[in-house]
Structure formats: C-alpha cells, structure tokens
Design a protein around this ligand. Structure first.
Ligand code: ADP
Ligand code: ZN
Ligand code: ZN
Length: 702
C-alpha cells in the first residue's frame, strides 16, 4: 500500500509572458490548505510559492514522474485566506498579468528571500510585543466635536451600502471623518481591521501620527502600522505580518497596501482618490483605488460587511461619474472646519505684464506684504532644475539627450546636464560642443532658477523680526537624501521659511498653517495639452495648492491663489474662481461624452519597446491583426500603432496601440484571449529586436 500523496498546485513567480502555466503541480506527503506558503524547486532555484489547490489526484494531463516535491512549508503562519486569493486572481486577470507575478509581488520581498531558519527567528521576534506602554504618545487623544457636515457624513456612511465618495473641500475635516469612521468599525468588532491609503509615501508619517495619537491608548501603539515602499524590507515584513495575523488593526499605506493580507478588513479609505499615483506605472499597472472598491465588494460577498470611502476635494471624473450615475453615494462637506474661507483666485494676465516677467509686479508686492506680516507663501513651478534646455544661439545646438527624445536639464548647483528620463548626467560643457561658442545659455525656467530669482527680488526685505526674508526650494532634487524632506517640512512648519518655491510635490496634503498665498506660475501648459486628462489634473492641482492657503481661519480672510496665465478667460479658471468643482466636472464630462473618452469608454494600451521603432510597430501591427480575428473584436475599436509621446528612452524605441470599447466585458474578453497570439507575434521576423511588451488596462496617459 503506497503512502498517501497530495498534488498541490502552487503559484510561483513565473517570468512575464512565459509559456509556464500560472500554477505548477508539485507533490507533498501532507495535505496543504489553499493559501499555505511553501518553498518549491523550479529549475535550479528554490522559490516561495502559494498553494492554490491541493487535490489528492494528479491532474489528468500530468506525467507523474514530472512533479517534484514541495521543499518546505513556511510554518507558524496561517494560510492566505480565500478573499485574498480571489482578490489577487481578479487583479491578475483584469490587468492581464500572470497570477504568480501578482500574487508574489503582493507579498513582502523578505518573505521570498528568508531561509527556513531565518524565518523561524523572524517569527519569534514578531511574536514579542512591539512597543512598551511608556512609548505611547502623551498628546491629547480625544476627538474634537464634529461639525454639522461631519456628523451628517458619518451618519450617512454608517448606513451606506455602496462605495462612498466623500467630496469635501480641503480643510473640511475629511481625515477626522476617516478617524471616526475607523473608530466606529474598530469598536464594534474586536477583530476588525481598517485600511487607509494615501497617494504619497511623504504623507504617511503625518497620517500615522494622527492615527497613532487617536488609537494607541485604545488598542496599543502596535495596532497602527504603515506599509509603503520607503520602508526597509524588515520593516515591511513586520507590518505585513502584523496585518496578516490581525495584530494590526489599522494599516496606513500607499497603493501597494491594497493587496496586503487583511483577514478582518471592514473599512477601506482611499484619501485623495483622484491622485494618479494610485495607478502603478510598472508591473501589473493596477489601480489601487479601483481594486479597493473591488475588494470591499468581495469581502461583503464573502459575508462580512466592508465599506469603502473615496475622499477628495477634486474627485476623479471616473468616481464623479459613478456617483452621478448612482453607483457611488456622494457625501458633501463644502465648508472648512472653523469657517476658514477658501482662497480667492486672482488671475494675472501675462499679456499685460512687462516683457520677460518672472513674477508679475502685483504678485511680488503681495509676497513682500505678506512676508512682512509674518505669513508664508508658496510658489509653484512644475519643472525642476535650473533650466529645461541649454542652447547655443550661434549654431542652434541644444542639450539633447543622446539616448532619449528629450532635452537634458541644466542643474546649476553642480553644473551638470541631467536627463530626467534615463539619468545620463554630464558636466556642463565650457563651450558649445558643435561650434565652440563660449556663450551657451539656459532657455526656460526651473525651480532652481526661480529660487535664485525670487531670492534676488526679495533681497533687502525684512520679516517682522527684522531678519531678511528666507526663500527655500522643495522638489525631487532637494529632497533626494534621506531625512531631507522631513527637515524641509519642519523648517516650513516652524516658520523659518517665508517663501517656498517648489514643484507639485509641495501642493499635496501638507497642513501648513501660516500659508496665506499660493501662486502657480506656469499653469497654461495643461490648458491646451493633447492629454485629455491634463485639465482635470491642473484643476485638482490648483485646488489642492490653493487648499494649502488659509488653513488657519484667523489668517484665512485674505488667503489668495494667484495664477499667472496668458488665457485668463479660460473656462477652467471660471470654475476655479467659484471653487465650483461640480461645474468643472460637468463641463469636462460633457466634453468627454461628446468625444467618447473615458469614463464613457474603456481603454487598454498595448505597449512595445524595441531596438527600432519599426520592430515595435511591426509587433503592434501584427498584434492588431490578431486581435481583429478574436471573438468579440467587433465591439472594439483597434487603433493603429503609433510612436509614444516619449518615443525613445535610454536608446529604446517605444510605440503603442490603443484598444477601446463601450463595453468593459467585451474589452476584457478580447484581452484575455489575445495572449497566445501576442506570444506568437513576438516570434515574427519583422518583430526582431522587440525587447518587451505589456498591456496597460485603464491607462491614465495615452
Ligand atoms: P481635510 O482632510 O478635509 O483636508 P482635516 O481632516 O485634515 O481636513 O482637517 C483640517 C484641520 O481641521 C485639521 O487640523 C483637523 O485637526 C481640524 N479639524 C477637523 N475636524 C475638526 C473638528 N470637528 N473640530 C475642530 N477641528 C477639526
Ligand atoms: Zn554652437
Ligand atoms: Zn536620456
């Protein structure tokens, strides 16, 4: 009599587009529950895998001698539950990726790398109580009395059965609503867990502090954990384990957190839900916001109740449309807590300013006046570096990147030319490389130059304490080193800085109390961009940026948002002036419907990268022909291949083709059945030189 044998099918990280199946069959003397973490051999390697099923019979098509044995089982950790597995399966199918890739990418990297003995030591450490009571914050942990609007929103939220869109002005107290909604959920069920997502790593420490202050005394400081890519692998594993075991009651994270194992998830909050960072730009390119909505529904389908709240002052047009159509429940909080006024919009017509104006004289005067009163100002310029191009006026040479279809940016600080796409960095040449002319000059303006010019313009002016005015800059360059962002934010909060120059990075979320003036210096690019989402992004950026001003009600009566523009009569500004997002959204949605753009149609992109543009396009053209032949293709529009806007990056040519349909199931159906053909197209002689291809479902940029 043979000993009992099991045939677990195990999900392993298979390379993208490989011919390997999603699940590989192994053997095991023991029955392994679905969701069990195991290590299995694949080729010469030993990999982490997730057991998907564990039948007692081998699959019919398997030659028994093929199957290898599971190497080991990760002990001391419970299996990933059915909800998690269903979520991961959905994400893989919807975004057209291998199940193994999505499943393993959702697990902390250290879990993949630890050997069994290291794993045992790790588990022991995790079992120890993380933080002593003495470390608990001393701050006031009581909730403030709620505004009428907050009360109404919370009451409506308590009974909502659909996804909730919390449409609240900046400073209306949305975070307080999240805190109290979380409190209610946690108090009602001793196991319940809450997931709160923010778009940027930078915003998690602030939020973590607020949640820890509120909940540490109730549930212990270890009940609140963060999960984002800025953490060390060890920290990430600790947080992930806390979430998986249920020790963490609140998980705060960026988009990656949506796939964390949270067995008792009862509430998901997606803050700043309109933010493009929720859509990942590599791997499965999933939208964490959309997966959050799916996940809440999934948990509810499994018998527990899980709510999802999407919060924003400028919701994505997708969510706004869903609310208008009644699929989401919209809750409004129009007023600012404490009655602070939203900043008044002042448009500066650049056509009426002196030639070559950096800051319009009226804006400069306002800056000085406010700084002299001890208030702060924010100047937004969406371009880092000193100048976007360096040029020779004698021969026309420009600082083109040799490897990309882009110019290298002039950084004066270290006198380099840097490509922001491939990273190529070189010393600025002494003379024009083409003609030897010594007089090569920067063209256009970046934050570094603006900082320099504003400093010069403000020199001689004083703060109330008699000190000279201080100008600082905050962008991806100034915050590159660890801790520098925190240090800069602190200088801003402490009032050490009077005028902050920065990219959109400074516009997001930070609660600067003494800012009363925000100015956007180059908003026009978005008005006439070919990207149909550009106006939506600009509107939200300006609302967000404006939202930085006047958060302190005592100072807010004179809070202003200034915009320098050549097109002051543009409809975007008309709506912005009235802080009328609904009017802006209605107008944009009308245009989108007329032009048959999302959210009225569904899109996917097939992207190809190759040594030559011809090869990339040949692959796409063949793929397009193959798609045409598929069942359901008649419901799709298949656009011809085109070079991408950034056609060449690091000497790789890029092209894409767009698929579009008014039916999401039809689009999904074709995408799902396309894969075999795509693999075949790759082998075509005309596609020689193809490096990689990928599908982007619901792309944000076309
Ligand atoms: P939002 O997330 O909508 O921008 P926040 O929740 O951050 O707004 O609230 C803005 C400020 O108002 C915060 O400093 C917060 O502590 C405070 N706040 C929120 N709700 C109340 C309330 N009901 N009473 C007093 N202060 C509040
Ligand atoms: Zn020259
Ligand atoms: Zn480059």
């Amino acid at each position: 009599m043979a000993t009992e044998q099991h045939w677990p099918s195990v999900v392993v990280p298979t390379p993208a587009h490989s011919s390997l199946a999603d699940c590989l069959t192994y053997t095991s003397p023991d029955a392994l529950a679905p969701g069990t973490l195991v290590r299995v051999p694949l080729g010469k390697r030993d990999l982490l895998g997730v057991v998907w099923e564990c039948p007692t019979q081998p699959p019919a098509d398997l030659a028994c001698e093929q199957a290898r044995a599971v190497s080991s089982v990760l002990s001391g950790i419970s299996p990933l539950n059915a909800e998690w597995r269903e979520l991961v399966l959905f994400a893989a199918q919807y975004y057209q990726r291998a199940l193994g890739e999505v499943a393993l990418a959702a697990l902390p990297p250290q879990l993949r790398d630890l050997q069994p003995d290291q794993w045992q030591r790790r588990l022991k450490k995790a079992a120890k109580p993380a933080q002593a009571e003495a470390d608990l914050p001393n701050e006031d942990t009581t909730a403030p009395a709620l505004s009428t609007e907050q009360v109404a929103a919370l009451a409506a939220l308590a009974t909502a059965t659909q996804p909730v869109l919390l449409f609240g002005s900046t400073g209306s107290g949305k975070t307080e609503v999240y805190l109290q909604a979380a409190h209610k959920v946690l108090a009602a069920d001793p196991l319940a867990q809450v997931l709160v997502m923010v778009p940027e790593i930078n915003l998690t420490p602030q939020l973590q502090q607020r949640f820890t202050h509120r909940f540490a005394r109730l549930y212990g400081a270890a009940a609140v954990v963060a999960l984002h890519s800025g953490m060390t692998p060890a920290q990430r594993l600790t947080s992930w384990l806390a979430a998986h075991t249920g020790a963490a009651r609140i998980v705060l994270g960026t988009r990656m957190a949506v796939l964390a194992s949270l067995p008792h998830l009862r509430l998901i909050v997606v803050d700043e839900e309109h933010d493009p960072s929720y859509k990942s730009q590599d791997g499965a390119r999933h939208s964490a916001r959309d997966l959050a909505v799916y996940r809440a529904r999934l948990v509810t389908r499994h018998g527990a109740n899980c709510q999802v709240v999407l919060g924003s002052a400028t919701p994505s047009l997708e969510s706004w449309h869903a609310a208008t159509a009644g699929r989401y429940l919209r809750l409004d909080m129009a007023s600012r807590v404490g009655g602070g006024a939203l900043p008044a919009l002042r448009l500066l017509n650049m056509a009426q300013q002196p030639k070559g104006t950096v800051l319009a004289p009226a804006l400069l005067a306002a800056l000085i006046e406010r700084a002299q009163r001890g208030e702060q100002a924010l100047l937004l310029l969406n371009r880092r570096g000193y100048a976007p191009v360096l040029a020779c006026h004698a021969c026309g040479w420009k600082s083109q990147c040799p490897s990309c279809s882009a110019f290298r940016v002039f950084h004066k600080i270290d006198r380099t030319l840097r490509c922001h796409h491939c990273g190529l960095t070189e010393r600025v040449p002494r003379a024009c490389p083409e003609c030897g002319n010594l007089d090569i000059a920067p063209v256009g303006k970046g934050t570094e130059q603006l900082e320099e010019q504003v400093t010069a313009l403000l020199s001689g002016q004083q703060r109330p304490d008699g000190q000279p005015l201080r100008v600082a800059r905050m962008d991806a360059d100034s915050t590159r080193t660890k801790g520098s962002l925190e240090a800069q934010l602190e200088r801003m909060h402490s009032g050490e800085v009077d005028v902050l120059v920065g990219t959109q990075m400074v516009a997001k979320g930070h609660d600067f109390r003494r800012i009363t003036l925000v100015a956007a210096l180059n908003a026009d690019a978005a008005l006439f961009a070919s990207d149909y989402r550009a106006p939506e992004r600009m509107f939200s950026l300006l609302m967000q940026a404006g939202g930085r001003a006047g958060r302190d009600a005592a100072l807010s009566s004179g809070a202003e948002l200034w915009v320098q523009t050549w097109h002051p009569t543009h409809s975007l500004f008309t709506a912005l002036k009235k802080h009328d997002f609904p009017a802006f959204a209605a107008q944009q949605l009308e245009e989108r419907e007329a032009a048959q753009l999302p959210p009225f149609v569904y899109q996917a992109l097939l992207r190809a990268e190759a040594r030559t543009q011809e090869a990339a396009q040949a692959f796409l053209a063949a793929a397009r022909e193959a798609a045409r032949a598929l069942e359901g293709a008649e419901h799709l529009t298949l656009f011809p291949p085109v070079p991408m806007a950034m056609q060449r990056v690091a000497n790789v040519e890029r092209a894409q083709m767009l698929l579009e349909s008014t039916s999401r199931p039809a689009l999904q159906h074709v995408l799902t059945h396309w894969h075999t053909a795509l693999t075949a197209c790759r082998a075509l002689p005309e596609a020689k030189g193809l490096i990689r291809w990928a599908i982007d479902v619901d792309p944000l940029a076309i």
